[in-house]
Design a protein around this ligand. Sequence first.
Ligand SMILES: *Cc1c(COP(=O)(O)O)cnc(C)c1O
Length: 407
Amino acid sequence: MSIDKGVRIDAKGRKHSGPKGREAESLRFETKLLHFGGEIDRATGASSVPIYQASTFHHEDIYQPPLHDYSRSGNPTRQALEDYIALLEGGVRGFAYASGMAAISSSFMLLSAGDHMIVTEDVYGGTYRLLTSILNRMGIESTFVDMTDLDQVKAALKPNTKAVYMETPSNPTLNITDIGAVTDWAKEHDLLTLLDNTFMTPYYQRPIEFGVDIVIHSATKFLGGHSDVLAGLAVARTEELAGRLKQLQNGLGTVLGVQDSWLLMRGMKTLGARMAHSEESAAKLAAWLQGRSDIERVYYPGLLNHPGREIHEKQSSGYGAVISFDVGSGERAKQVLNQVKLPLVAVSLGAVESILSYPAMMSHAAMGEQVRHERGITDGLLRFSVGLEDVDDLIADLDQALAGSRY
Ligand SMILES: *Cc1c(COP(=O)(O)O)cnc(C)c1O
């Protein structure tokens, strides 16, 4: 073991304990999760990055400022996390924010008044609200399109279009966008491409490999993985974009605190094991649901009849751990929610414990009923984020809840 592991010298000759050495980049993904360059404290050899609970840094020599001078602009604990996610996504630089929405809103600040953005119509609800009730007031307009249809994306192009925003698989009906096709087209028109990769995580999907400019996460979900930390991450594909994101993160002050940065890294180390286990259970649960005659419809990218499955397989190495299914009516959905014993009944997803949520009354409650139904978010739709419980217990629990509700 060398405590100098992963040390990188930047252009100004300063040392970073980041993962930018060729060593970390050439490792396989599962190994990168543990050996990302910041896993050992350089000064002491301690087995985790110290929590640098400091807002400011002493200038020992005024002519040679310290590497970090103020924690909004940079902090070694947050830096380790930012280098970690950049390594996992294959980008040049990462950024950590107070929440997924802080990551998304800070990234949108790359645009200016008068700019137009093309956005997937089943974008995360908070992103929709940000675009339609805040950014619209700042003169940034957006058009929402069905991104499973490239023609709709193309038709939305305007002279002032500057960016395309993707989310795949989408929430909660797991629609698939062809990342490469949309990105190639966007590049022909000099548009910035952004993608919310929360559902897949870099374990299954690395959009930068398809040319996407900025990958965004609600790290509150699978990356953190334990329903105990709220955080957001972004990764830039190019140095030019990284510089602009850095200026925005520092200027807006939307940074993640050091305790949460540490907690998030702790969660991320087990990402591979958690995703693999949950996915295996999700596949089993989805097949079981599909085999029932009292379930109207099951949405899971791993099912053979899932729309866009072939495209998904081209760009992802797995199907994830989120399943949506329609139990037939709102009345039955509520009965099931009240009768399940194992999953947390809650908003959110991507945790060690299973989480069952009810889009019509929770995440998508603000959406008009007609639009909601058009998007497949029916009154009977439930979303199951599969955790690490024994899947047979999850199935038995869901079985008793379904049996005890009226179809
Ligand atoms: C939860 C979520 C967000 C928002 O993240 P927060 O951490 O809650 O701010 C954004 N996108 C997706 C897909 C999400 O699931």
